[in-house]
Design a protein around this ligand. Structure first.
Ligand code: SAH
Length: 248
């Protein structure tokens, strides 16, 4: 299967981009590598002529871009979400290198929507945004100057998706493991986390005013597990039953 057959399932998400030139540059980088689906979360200045100039022959990618209000909205229907990071973060998270990231996104895009998140030019993605991701990916740049230009980072990771598709054409990629249920979407997973947090608060297992670390740990746990739709609906049923019991 070629990359163009998966195009609609591989989404590049740019969060709160400041410079419209970077949006155009990202669109061009995408089209060069065969990608087409661009989501913009609250871009600072958009539409803008500078975005169009930088997009050059990829104006169609810009013209078809979807503008949304939040990261949640951008990833709600995705079964795999990968966040990019220019530096190491405090809480360790499952990591992919760019090659593994390209392969994973390419393989999973055969079955469901996937998203690759890119942060703000000045401060990247927030911790909350990074915690919505199954994996983080870091381009192994010079540790003394690790932050790439946003559109350049898009280029590197889009290139890796293309390399995965070329490897697949030559029969050099494993196939996706068969599974009986689709993975839970990021949107449904978000509802699950809300439900879990309310239930834990009802149980007085945690104080909503206080330890946020618990919720982070729970997010990391469930992102690592990669639950399917059926598993989430079982757990939500369990939470509802716990809530009914304590309210009696
Ligand atoms: N000062 C910010 C740098 C953001 S660079 C920070 O420390 O987070 C803007 C965006 O480009 C990042 O959010 C990320 O999406 C991408 N990017 C830049 N360098 C990268 C790298 N080495 N690996 C992965 N993504 C990178």
């Amino acid at each position: 299967m070629s990359i163009s057959e998966r195009q609609a399932n591989i989404r590049i998400v740019l969060v709160n981009t400041t410079h419209p030139g970077n949006i155009g540059g990202a669109a061009r980088a995408m089209k060069n590598m065969g990608l087409a689906e661009l989501y913009l979360v609250q871009p600072k200045e958009y539409p803008a002529p500078r975005a169009v100039w930088r997009a050059a022959g990829a104006r169609d990618v810009l013209a078809n871009a979807t503008i949304v209000e939040s990261v949640d909205e951008a990833i709600a229907d995705c079964g795999l979400v990968v966040g990019t990071s220019a530096r190491e973060r405090r809480i360790p998270w499952p990591l992919l290198n760019p090659r593994e990231c390209g392969e994973k996104i390419y393989l999973e895009a055969e079955k469901h929507k996937t998203a690759l998140l890119f942060g703000r030019e000045d401060r990247g993605l927030t911790n909350d945004e990074l915690q919505k991701c199954h994996y983080h990916v870091h381009i192994p740049s010079n540790p003394e100057y690790s932050s790439l230009n946003l559109a350049t980072a898009v280029q590197v990771l889009a290139y890796e998706v293309r390399m995965a598709s070329l490897a697949d054409e030559q029969g050099n990629l494993p196939s996706l493991t068969d599974w009986d249920q689709p993975p839970v979407s990021a949107g449904d997973l978000e509802y699950f986390h809300e439900h879990l947090a309310t239930t834990m608060a009802d149980l007085k297992f945690y104080d909503p005013e206080n330890p946020k670390q618990l919720l982070t740990r729970m997010r990391r746990l469930f992102n690592r597990v990669r639950m399917d739709e059926m598993e989430v609906s079982i757990l939500r049923g369990l939470l509802s039953s716990v809530q009914r019991t304590i309210k009696k």
